[in-house]
Write a protein that binds this ligand. Structure first.
Ligand code: B12
Ligand code: SF4
Length: 510
């Protein structure tokens, strides 16, 4: 379909429904993290509109759920990060177009925000919400309900027959001015049950977003594009109040904070922990920390963190080689990683360290850190603290970041349309010319299988001591120890058997 032949009608007077769709975000098997973005943008519309929030992973018969509301719809909203989520979003947009060609389709989220014009060029999109959607989406809906294109709405771009119009940007909205996310519009219980059934989670867990932005400037991270390195946190009282209400409503055992940088403000963290303890919520919680922040926390705050139920922190370590840490502007050193591991050990908190291999380097030059170097460092971390998990990602350059520009400079092909971005998936494409063939399999094998057996975390130790499969686990522990000690990973019969039996590695991130 060419742009000219679109039949979109921006005059939506008299319609009362708003349909919001959260496509499956990633190719492969992932735990379901709630599509909180939809709830946040729906919040200010709740009084005046009939809202339908549909999550491809959670809503049964999701396709019909979207299509059956179109006759009376002001618009359909689609959320997306770069990659597979676009693919699923386009697939749904095309179905919407076939059924109701006049209904405007609005895209929002990290990817459309980076490429508003390019996204509008696709026949799968009419309007893009650039950046935060809290206020912008409400105004887009108001404009359409008043019968006009969103010409006066800051922070959006839209398609017209003559051209694509990009309006002036919207200033950052303070997260404390945003209404609480109406979780009841999402099928939280079903998401929890799916995670329990399909991801073998024992706890009833959901997500909470307590801050936005991050002052860091890591060269691979998209956060700065949206939040301009500006961090704002919800007030501690509000966090505790909302978390307490969620725990009660959904009978939760665990809350995962999905903030980019939960620990940015020590005073706020202390107040949140005190609040959680005072309320006797009796939950565990998980959140992300920068490697240079956590070990600098005061001992009394670390005590409170543990006492309030912090089960695990997630540390974006990325590398242990100084030249790489410098290249990616991490602002942390390998020593910071080791210190964080020691602090977690001393205070009885688990930690997941995430690493990235395959950062770009100039053609003809060797990598500054090999996957084997990373695996050696991971072994050091695991020797410090038994409750350390690790995950190695293969570097994928995300648009809008300095390392993306470097990758392009070194010859990476740049996708040129929304449709091309849909295939930009780290799991399926050979995006990286900086990771040698066979290395992905090596990572999966050693980091996802042998290291967890050789250095068992608390969950694995439990299985080794008591579980029904105690003896096979003990045997594997011995074998894995011998493998990691010798570095001999050829003829991995036990690994091949494991791959046949299980779809996941032993160490989920949270
Ligand atoms: C939860 C999460 C996930 C979840 C779900 C993804 C999702 N779409 O939400 C899962 C676990 C699946 C995931 C996976 C990945 N993620 Co992730 N993830 C996050 C995280 C931590 C929180 C997102 C969130 O819920 N925010 C809360 C809501 C309220 O905010 P929001 O989503 O930004 O929505 C606001 C606006 O964007 C806008 N908006 C959003 N949608 C819509 C829709 C409409 C219609 C409108 C009008 C507005 C709108 O309005 C909202 C309110 O202001 C963010 C980091 C962060 N702190 O934001 C990274 C982040 C989104 N992830 C990112 C990445 C790179 C990944 C991975 C590729 C990482 C990897 N190495 O594998 C994988 C993808 C898997 C794969 N291998 O293919 C990047 C995205 C970069 C990009 N260019 O798109 C982020 C920003 C992290 C970062 N700092 O770089 N992730
Ligand atoms: S610390 Fe995390 S969120 Fe902050 S800039 Fe670095 S990667 Fe992004």
């Amino acid at each position: 379909m060419t742009a000219k032949s679109r039949q979109t009608d921006y005059d939506r007077r008299g319609r009362k429904k708003v349909v919001l769709f959260f496509p499956t975000p990633a190719y492969g098997h992932y735990r379901i993290e709630l599509g909180l973005a939809l709830a946040v943008i729906a919040a200010p519309l709740e009084q005046d509109y009939d809202l339908h929030l549909i999550d491809e992973r959670v809503t049964p018969d999701y396709e019909n759920e979207v299509l059956r509301h179109l006759d009376d719809a002001v618009c359909v909203g689609i959320s997306s990060i770069t990659g597979y989520q676009i693919k699923r979003g386009i697939a749904m947009a095309r179905k919407v177009r076939r059924r109701a060609p006049d209904v405007p389709i609005v895209w929002g989220g990290y990817h459309p925000s980076l490429f508003p014009e390019q996204t509008c060029e696709s026949d799968a999109c009419d309007i893009v919400c650039v950046g935060q959607g809290d206020v912008t989406f409400k105004e887009i809906v108001a404009s359409l309900s008043a019968g006009k294109a969103p010409a006066d709405v800051k922070g959006c771009a839209y398609w017209t027959e003559e051209k694509i119009v990009v309006n002036e940007p919207r200033e950052l909205v303070n997260i404390n001015d945003v209404l609480p996310a109406p979780y009841h519009l999402l099928d939280v219980n079903r998401a929890i049950e799916l995670n329990q059934r399909e991801n073998h989670e024992s706890k009833r867990t959901t997500e909470f977003h307590s801050s936005q932005g991050c002052p860091g400037k890591c060269g691979y991270c998209a956060d700065a594009q949206l939040f301009k390195r500006h961090w704002t946190g919800l007030d501690a009282e509000r966090v505790v109040e909302e978390v307490a209400s969620l725990v009660k409503t959904y009978d939760l055992d665990q809350v995962n904070f999905s903030d980019a940088n939960f620990f940015a403000n020590q005073r706020r963290v202390k107040a949140i922990c005190e609040g959680l303890i005072e309320r006797k919520l009796n939950i565990t919680w998980v959140a992300s920390a920068r490697p240079d922040t956590f070990h600098r926390y005061k001992p009394e705050v670390l005590e409170l963190i543990r006492e309030s139920g912090c089960k695990r922190i997630i540390v974006g370590a990325e590398s242990a080689a100084e030249p790489v840490l410098e290249l990616i502007s991490k602002g942390a050193t390998a020593e910071d990683h080791l210190k964080s591991a020691r602090v977690c050990r001393d205070y009885g908190i688990g930690a997941t360290f995430t690493f990235i291999t395959g950062f770009p380097h100039a053609p003809g030059t060797p990598p500054q850190e090999t996957t084997q170097d990373l695996l050696n460092f991971i072994e050091r971390l695991k020797q410090i603290h038994p409750d350390i998990r690790t995950k190695i990602f293969v570097f994928t350059p995300y648009p809008g970041t300095p390392l993306y520009d470097l990758a392009v400079e070194y010859g990476m092909h740049e996708p040129r349309s929304l449709e091309e971005w849909a295939d930009y998936n780290p799991a399926t494409m050979k995006v990286s010319q900086w990771v040698k063939p066979g290395e992905r399999a090596m990572i999966e094998k050693v980091n996802g299988f042998y290291l967890p057996f050789a250095y068992p975390d608390s969950g694995m130790r439990e299985k080794l001591a008591h579980g029904s499969k105690k003896w096979p686990y003990k045997l594997m522990h011995g074998l894995a120890k011998a493998r990691t000690k010798s570095g001999f990973y050829s003829l991995p019969v036990e690994w091949m058997l494991f791959k046949k039996l299980k779809k996941e590695t032993f160490e989920p991130i949270a």
